[in-house]
Each structure stands twice: as structure tokens, then as C-alpha cells.
Ligand binder design. Sequence first.
Ligand code: SIN
Length: 504
Amino acid sequence: MSRSITDVLVLGSGIAGLSAALGAARKGASVTIATKATRPEGASTWWAQGGIAVSRKEPEQFQRDIIAASSETSDPDAVEVLVQHADAAVRDVLIDTLDIGFDTGGNGAAFDYGREAAHSADRILHVDASTGKHIHIPFLNYLADHERVEIRDDTAALELLREGESVTGALLESDGTAGPWTAGTTIVATGGIGALYGQSTNPRGATGDGVAMAIRAGAAVDDLEYVQFHPTVCVESGDPFLVSEAVRGEGALLRNANGERFMPAYHEDAELAPRDVVARAVEQEHEETGQVVLDVSPLDFASTFPDLMSLCEDNGVDPSTGIPVVPAEHFLCGGIDVDTWGRTTLDRLFAVGECARTGVHGANRLASTSLLEGLVWGLRAGEAAANGSVSSPDSSTMVETGPGPSPEVLQSAVRRIRDVMDTHVSLRRTAGGLETAAATLQEVAADLDAAVTPPVSRAASEVRSACTVGLRIAEAARANDRSIGCHYRSDVPAEVPAATDADA
Ligand code: SIN
């Protein structure tokens, strides 16, 4: 690593990190993006299917939907910021700057706005059902050519650096050596926590690094118990793959092993009920009858969702007989506590995207709001961060990372973490199970700490992060004895959100 000082250091390269980099660079700051991803697929954004919601000049209705899906737990001020800036940010960055070709109605007609669960209107911009990669790749290319932005891939953040109450950069690792990277402001955009669970829609590198680093640095975190599971993930063969909610938006139905359509018995909005409700119903029907399939016969699946059709074919799944689905971990609604500009509780530290808790999602996130939140908060945080000044000298002493625990020790720790998260900190939780989970994760953490020599290797750091965040999720879930949104305690009756007020 040659130069190791920058105005703004962005950790992560999904839509939130890239938007933050863009926001800061537009304000004249020098920006370094450090990402452990080596290919675009390393960021969750690449995997996003459904799309990005916009308000279509009906902000109040959009706000109401977000708040209703969260069972009235979203922060209304944060929701207002998201919705008020949605259309302008999408137009500015995605359409005017990156020229993303969102699907249109054909013959030059306006956009083909899609519908997903718990939305009361068609308002989702998409490119087929693989919107993420169509945004992510042009965004990366645009910033790679930007004179004020440097992208360092295969570069992991191991620790945030602090001077008193201020964050002054991060300890970055690349090729087995680590060194401090000094920054006026640091923006954490490291994504989610899918790797803590056996099945997830995230890339396997989603080990919660940013949340763990922020916790270790003393930043406040909140709402960690709200881990969202996507109801329709196909795990038949190969890697699990998401079957977008957009497919249910187009009319697909959920059926159990007896061929019965079951969702109307669970919620008035049936297949388009809030995601937490559908996910628990799918899990229950799967347990009781042995299988749940997504019946795509009500729509022309192959022509409406050609990318999903290819995914099915690549994985040996024949959609005409129903796509077998289970719920799988999808999104962390809570995270590092931030204000409406992405500022954390620590000076010169910002957080954006899935690792941040803006308050928009509360206990359950409305579909197709995560790319939007990453875009809006990313731009805002980037702009605000560009005003930070570098006060620390450039200090680029590089040291080799410690050998750390053996691969066998790390693999065993990963197995224990996933096992306990899947069993006790999943869709249905109990007080006793959460207590067991917390005790086990404390043991895993102690075993790892005993085996780790600083500066820790990337592999050991990732497992430590997963353990730190898993433990904090289990503790947050233990402390919350309401069954609400994604946090469902089978020992407490659920508070189910009302049906949507659909206009179309
Ligand atoms: C999906 O396409 O179903 C996922 C959309 C989202 O998580 O917002």
C-alpha cells in the first residue's frame, strides 16, 4: 500500500459505499474505497433482485407503507428523509449519471413499475429481476474512472483507529500485511451478516465486520434483534438463490406439499403480506407438510423473469412443477446507530447501508427499500463526511498479520456460530433458546480471543466479527420480549401488521 491518507475512507463497495464515495467526491474530497470483495459478486448489491422503490409523487402513501410493514416501529423522521429524497436521488445518480436502463412498459412508455409485498402501489423500478447487478457494475465502473476516487479491492478493514473520541481511519489488511490508513472521516458500508446463518441470500463474505468494528470502537448499535428472513429462497441444489418477491407481485402463489394455497389463512394480503409474516408461514407449512413451492403458473414466468428462469435452469429446477422454497436470512434491519446524515455516535465515523440503523426499517423492512436507503444515505453521508478534515499525520508502517488460529479452529467456530444462530436466533425464538445462544457465543468468542494474536489475520477477524455480532443479536433478542416484525418470540403472541390499503 503506497499512499495511506485520504479525506474520506469508505469501507465496503455496495450501493451505499459507492454512493457515499460519489457524494464525497462531488464535494471535492479525495476518497479511498477499501473493499474485501475481489469481484462485484462480493457485495450484496450485486445479488439484489426486485428493484428500487420510488415515491412516484405519492410520498405519503409510500411512507405509510414503510411504517405499516414495520408494525409502526420505523422512525417517521428517517422514513420522511428516505421518501422525500427517493425520486431525486434515483433520477440524479441512477438515471442521469449512470444511465441505468430500468425496464419500461415497451414502445418508449414510462417505466414498468413493479409491485412487491406490503406495497399498496406499483412503484418499483427494476431491470428484469436482477436489478442489483445492473446498477452495481456501472456504478463501480463510473467510480473506477473518477479522478478523486481510488478503489482498493481485496483489502479488508480489521479495526477502526481512534484518537480519543474521534475515529481517525482504519487498520487495513491486504495480502497478509496490515497498516493504518488515516482519514478525515471514515464511512462504514460493509453490508450484512448472512454468513452467521446456514442459509442466506448474502454473499458468504457478509460476516458483519463493520458492525463488529463499530462495537469494538464504542459506537452505539440498535435494533440488532431484527434480522429479516426472505420467505422464498430456493435451496434445492447448488447455491441457494433468491426468488424475488416481484414474482409474487406478478401473481405467483405459495402452496404446501398438499397443493393447498395457505397464505390467505395467515394474512388478509395473502402472498403479499409483510415479509416477516410470509416467512414464518412458509416455515410452518414446510415443517407441517414437508414442502412449500412457489406456483408460477398464474404468470408467464419465463418471459416475465428471464434471469430467474435461467437461474432455475442452472440449478436443475423446473418452474413448471413449482419452485421449492424455504425462508433464509436476508437483511439486518438494525445496525450501527446513525442520524439522518449517517453520523454515528463517534466523531468522524459514519455508517451507511445494511450495517447502519437509520430507523427506516424498524422491526421489519419493506421490500425494495434497501438499495434506496443505501443510495439516499450514502449520498448524504458522503456529502457530510467531505467536510471532515485530516488532522493525523500519514503513518504507513506495515506489519504482517499474526498467524492466528488454525483453519480447523476457525471452521469449527463458524460451524458453532451458524448452528446456534440457526437453532435459536432465527425466525422463531424463545427466552431459553436465546440464553443458550448467548452462552455458546460467549464461549466461542473466548476460545477465539485466546487463539488470536494481533494484528489478527483476515480470516480470524471475520470469524471474530461474526461471533461479536451474533452475540449482540442474541442479547438484543433476549432483552426484547415483544413479538414484533422479524423478532418473533414463540412464547409471546405476535403483533401482526394490518393489511395494505391497495389502490391497484
Ligand atoms: C426481492 O427481490 O424479493 C428482494 C427485495 C428486497 O429484499 O428488498
